[in-house]
Write a protein that binds this ligand. Structure first.
Ligand code: NA7
Length: 543
């Protein structure tokens, strides 16, 4: 008997979910509860998404932990104890694992499996999906819960990859402890990942060299343990807080008893009062310096006041005046690149074994086996840390070979930049759903609130089709046109377009320069999405 060719295994599903982070986990929970046959696929070996991969030293969420958690399970909310104001990565990952166990999620998650392609079959009206394990899936719906900051961006530096010592990506940090004791460490990148990890690395390494291309604004996190009273008070009113968060601008609230905030203008108050307000925000820690005023995000003069306040703080902390000046951001308005929250970042440069290299003055020529070749010297290193960011918001979507009607790929459809309706759907791609996609609040909000909103909207839409014996939901080019125009117009009223940031797609060479998130706020956006449903899925064709 001759060998028979092996046929790919075929699995039929109602819904394929890509990604087992917080979005994919909640999707699975909800779809399963609704009775849809669902499988989740993730390249990682466990749940957690961002928090699975970004386990670099110092990794911490910059949304308060009492707000950065699921709201769909009130018992879980009461049981779970967050220990710090801003949770560290291990605690968030433990939480994700706890949720997976509590709801028995792992039995429907295929780990270490990538979704490589998905093609819409117009005749059968379903998606044909291929996994990296050679499995063929047939599904009515595909939900992309791939995260917004999931595809790491390499540094575009000659010789990268030739370094003989270990190279550690912050976004792919090893699961075992990394010990830098006695080693000369170089760190490339001073975004949030660099700014969080540098103080911890520098405290351990023999010597740390930071290669900074663009100085970034960072504010003190003022992280601290949560008190029992704080936690109890929040739990007692958890439902009220959740409800308020959903209709708020950013997806979290500091105080639900405070009257709806009319933010103060930084320019409208007298000098002494303004300084007192800024000092208070600095002392409180968190992102209040950029989000706590009505005009900092939209008015250049107001923004300059807040920016100069932070620069003065940097000068007051860093002892060496040249190092302090190099750390002072001057290339972009404050808040137009994601502002960072740190624990002892600027203070780290007062350590004798830490050196800042300003790449604007002394660029990297290449990386070689022994270290980094600068314009005017060679820096010998034992280990290299790469914190150069992500192909944000679109990278993980277009890296899958997704083909909608007429075989058009998502990458082709988005060649000039992403175009979505509400950040949820793409014209020409029926039954393809995005969680926190481009042109939705996503990265400008508490991701947990935005994830839950999208998961509920998408799963309700899928259930609506079933209830009405329909098969397809598809947005229209006109709806997409209108939404992209609206989102872009709102963005253009802010200062975001002035920065070469990942919000603008500007950190990735060749990526179209388009403002990616939706700046209208969670509450307003949610109303808009609800109105679409109330108007019988306005902007969609259901068939
Ligand atoms: P970011 O914020 O994109 O930061 C990346 C950093 O890496 C930034 O300082 C970049 O400088 C720098 N970078 C990128 N490419 C290079 C090259 N080729 N040479 C030198 N330096 C380079 O990513 P993070 O991971 O820190 O944070 C991402 C988000 O995660 C964060 O905003 C939070 O929302 C959580 P540049 O500014 O481009 O000149």
């Amino acid at each position: 008997m001759g060998d028979t060719p092996t046929q790919p295994v075929t699995t039929e599903l109602d819904v394929v979910v890509v990604g087992a982070g917080f979005a994919g986990m909640y999707l699975l929970y909800r779809l399963r509860t609704m009775g849809f046959v669902t499988k989740v696929y993730d390249a990682a070996s466990d749940v957690g998404g961002t928090w699975f991969w970004n386990r670099y030293p110092g990794a911490r969420c910059d949304v308060p932990s009492l707000d950065y958690s699921y709201s769909f399970d009130p018992d879980l909310e009461q049981e779970w104890e967050w220990t710090e104001r801003f949770a560290a990565q291990p605690e968030i990952l433990t939480y994700a694992r706890h949720v997976a166990e509590r709801h028995d999620l792992r039995r429907d998650i295929e780990f270490e499996t990538r979704i490589e392609s998905a093609t819409f079959d117009e005749v059968a009206r379903r998606w044909e999906v291929r996994t990296s394990r050679g499995v063929r899936l047939l599904a009515q719906h595909v939900v992309l819960a791939v995260g917004t900051l999931s595809t790491p961006k390499p540094p575009e530096i000659d010789g990268f990859g030739t370094f003989a010592g270990p190279t550690y990506w912050t976004a792919r940090w090893p699961h075992d402890d990394v010990d830098f004791t006695g080693r000369r460490v170089g760190v490339i990148g001073t975004g949030s990942s660099g700014i969080q990890s540098i103080p911890v690395i520098a405290a351990q390494a023999a010597h740390t060299t930071v290669f900074q291309r663009t100085a970034n604004f960072s504010m003190p996190a003022r992280n601290r343990p949560l008190t029992g009273n704080e936690v109890a008070a929040r739990k007692a009113r958890a439902r009220e807080y959740r409800a308020a968060a959903r209709t708020s601008y950013s997806g979290f609230l500091v105080d639900i008893d405070a009257p709806p905030a009319t933010l103060p203008s930084i320019l409208a108050v007298p000098e002494a009062e303004r300084v007192a307000m800024l000092e208070q925000k600095w002392t409180e820690g968190g992102l209040g310096l950029t989000s706590g005023f009505s005009d900092v995000a939209s008015d250049v003069t107001a923004n300059a006041v807040a920016a100069e306040f932070v620069r003065e703080k940097i000068r007051s902390i860093v002892s060496d005046p040249q190092v302090a000046e190099d750390l002072c951001p001057t290339s972009h308005p404050i808040g137009t690149k994601r502002p960072c929250l740190d624990t002892g970042y600027y203070e780290t440069y007062n350590r004798p074994n830490v050196r800042l290299v300003n790449l604007r003055r002394n660029p990297i020529r290449s990386i070689d086996a022994a270290g980094v070749e600068l314009d005017d010297e060679h820096v010998a290193l034992d280990a290299l840390v790469v914190a150069t960011g992500f192909d944000a918001m679109t990278g993980s979507l277009v890296s899958i070979d997704l083909r909608g009607r007429d075989g058009v790929s998502l990458a082709e459809a988005w060649a000039e930049g992403p175009r979505t309706y509400l950040g949820l759907a793409v014209a020409g791609f029926p039954n393809l759903h995005l969680v926190t996609g481009p042109q939705s609040p996503s990265v400008l909000s508490n991701m947990m609130v935005s994830i839950e909103q999208h998961v509920e909207w998408i799963t309700d839409a899928i259930a609506h089709l079933r209830a009405h014996r329909m098969q397809m939901i598809e947005t229209t080019p006109d709806a997409v046109e209108g939404w992209v125009e609206h989102s872009t117009e709102l963005g253009s009223r802010t200062l975001f377009p002035l920065a070469d940031s990942w919000y603008m797609g500007a950190n990735v060479p060749g990526k179209p320069r388009v403002f990616l998130p939706y700046v209208g706020g969670c509450g307003h956006y949610r109303k808009r999405c609800d109105r679409v449903v109330a108007k019988n899925y306005e902007g969609f064709v259901l068939s």
